[in-house]
Design a protein around this ligand. Structure first.
Ligand SMILES: *Cc1c(COP(=O)(O)O)cnc(C)c1O
Length: 497
């Protein structure tokens, strides 16, 4: 069955998967969604014993139907190889009754690698298929994790260049070091004077400037986006839920057809939406537990049907979840509105103008499989300590938010379903918060020293991404600029005069 994609806001007609990947966002500002769910009766048993790569191939094939088998095979082979520190790619570990699906074994030790190792290959293949000969230029503004994962994904991929802007005083020391030591002649990393919003606005301005686009076109370049709204990032995330379920089946933790609950530490709503799609194609899922930190817009939404971003933005120890507008929620809104682009457009217009919207009771019916939960800062740090003391299992702050929410969910309900929890980052990525949670002295130690100490006390292995920094990886990107100089910096990197 051929699967086409359309905008959640109804503009622009139906296009193929490869076209949707190339465009990223629809011209009317909507997000691309599949026009139909390709299957409803996936047989998870048939995935038992499949490698991650085989599982990926079988799931991608269902959604990206205009790619050939050969094309997908090559993309998957390039994406999930030796850059992961385990051949299993996404191992499942049990600790204190929860099954942690570890999605951080890729090159930047955060779950964004799961999709961003594949996206560049899907994108260059899509360009070839659609007869586009221009070199693809990825422009990204980052507050930390996405930028490095995108850099690592696109570094060295022929036919692509990537430029990343970050607030030079607004990312953690480890995140900055990770970015500025990136290799690859096609990469460019620039710290700007200003905050994340300045970087983001600067990128948007360059993106939408017709004059800049025309100069790029003449020089043989075209802009694209590696942002999480790209359908080429969403589909690869469905894979690991199927893989995780099959792992539980294989190890005898669950019986054939048994429903599990899936818990996800959520920010932009991409990761948990992928779990929802996995459920739509037939994965036996009881509840989707959507975990937020103190920025609990989604928790309130699931409780009341009102989405309201009008509230203070709280900086927490799980920064990748510090988000008040969860972009990917728009896709779910579209589906639960009976796939009505008019309803979706109206609600999104209200979000833009008033910062809030309310859905109808009928739409709330479509949310029945979701349970919202949140954990505050203290609960999050306590959860890291509790599971480490109880089972010797060390987790990062984002994973801990979801873990704390699951603990409360279990106390409040008698739901006996097994929980598969998306573990989204290595504890080595957030050493200060994790060591503080364990009650270790952190004063006077920089983040790198703290990773050494984490290794000493926990006996866990230092990931290659961190070891490289400890070994003194050379800084390759020293450029800094003001927000006003961003356009010029991009043109210079592309040697456009
Ligand atoms: C991006 C990120 C999240 C949030 O994922 P969404 O798909 O945006 O909901 C959670 N944890 C970590 C470590 C992340 O990098």
């Amino acid at each position: 069955m051929e699967v086409l994609y359309r905008s959640t806001r109804g503009g622009g007609g139906e296009i193929t998967a490869s076209q949707a990947i190339l465009r990223g966002i629809a011209p009317d500002g909507g997000l691309y969604v599949p026009c139909q769910i390709p299957v409803r009766d996936l047989d998870p048993r048939s995935f038992v014993g499949c490698s991650y790569q085989e599982t990926a191939l079988r799931i991608l094939r269902l959604f990206l139907t205009d790619f050939t088998e050969e094309e997908l095979k090559t993309c998957v082979k390039n994406a999930y190889g030796a850059q992961f520190d385990t051949s299993v790619i996404a191992p499942v570990r049990e600790a204190m009754g929860v099954h942690y699906l570890e999605l951080y074994h890729g090159p930047t030790i955060a779950f964004k690698d799961m999709a961003l190792q594949l996206l560049p290959h899907l994108m260059t293949t899509a360009a070839r298929k659609n007869g586009s000969s221009e070199e693809i230029v990825i422009l990204t503004a980052t507050s930390g994790d996405t930028g490095k994962a995108a850099l690592e994904g696109f570094a060295g991929v022929p036919g692509t260049r990537i430029v990343v802007f970050y607030p030079k005083d607004g990312v953690s020391p480890i995140q900055e070091l990770q970015m500025v030591t990136t290799e690859g002649d096609n990469t460019c990393v620039i710290g700007i004077d200003g905050n994340f919003d300045d970087a983001q606005n600067g990128v948007k301005k360059i993106f939408t400037d017709e004059r800049v686009r025309e100069r790029l076109r003449q020089a043989g370049f075209v802009f694209s986006s590696a942002n999480s709204i790209n359908i080429g990032r969403l589909v690869p995330q469905i894979v690991y839920y199927v893989y995780g379920y099959a792992s539980l089946l294989a190890s005898g933790q669950i019986a054939d057809g048994e429903k599990i609950n899936i818990a996800v530490p959520t920010g932009n709503f991409g990761n948990i939406l992928a779990a929802w799609y996995a459920m739509q194609i037939g994965l036996p899922v009881g509840r989707l537990i959507c975990a937020s930190n103190e920025n609990k817009v989604l928790f309130d939404f699931f409780g009341s049907g009102v989405y309201d971003r009008n509230r203070p933005f709280i900086l927490t120890s799980s920064p990748s979840m510090d988000i008040l507008i969860s972009s990917n929620l728009e896709r779910l809104i579209y589906h639960i509105s009976g796939e009505d682009p008019k309803v979706d457009s109206a609600l999104m217009a209200r979000l833009a103008s008033e910062g809030r919207y309310e859905i109808t009771d009928a739409m709330r019916q479509g949310l029945q499989s979701f349970t919202g939960g949140y954990a505050d800062e203290q609960e999050t740090l306590e959860e890291i300590r509790r599971v480490y003391d109880g089972a010797g299992y060390l987790m990062d702050t984002h994973t801990a938010v979801a873990s704390a929410v699951c603990r409360k969910y279990r106390e409040q309900t008698s739901d006996p379903a097994k929980i598969l929890l998306a573990s989204t980052a290595s504890p080595y990525k957030f050493p200060r918060a994790v060591m503080t949670a364990l009650g270790e002295e952190t004063e006077g130690l920089d983040d790198l020293a703290l990773t050494r100490k984490m290794h000493e006390i926990s006996g866990t292995q230092i990931p290659a991404a961190v070891q490289k920094l400890l070994d003194g990886a050379p800084v390759r990107h020293e450029r800094k600029c003001s927000a006003g100089e961003m356009e010029q910096a991009v043109l210079e990197f592309l040697s456009i005069r």
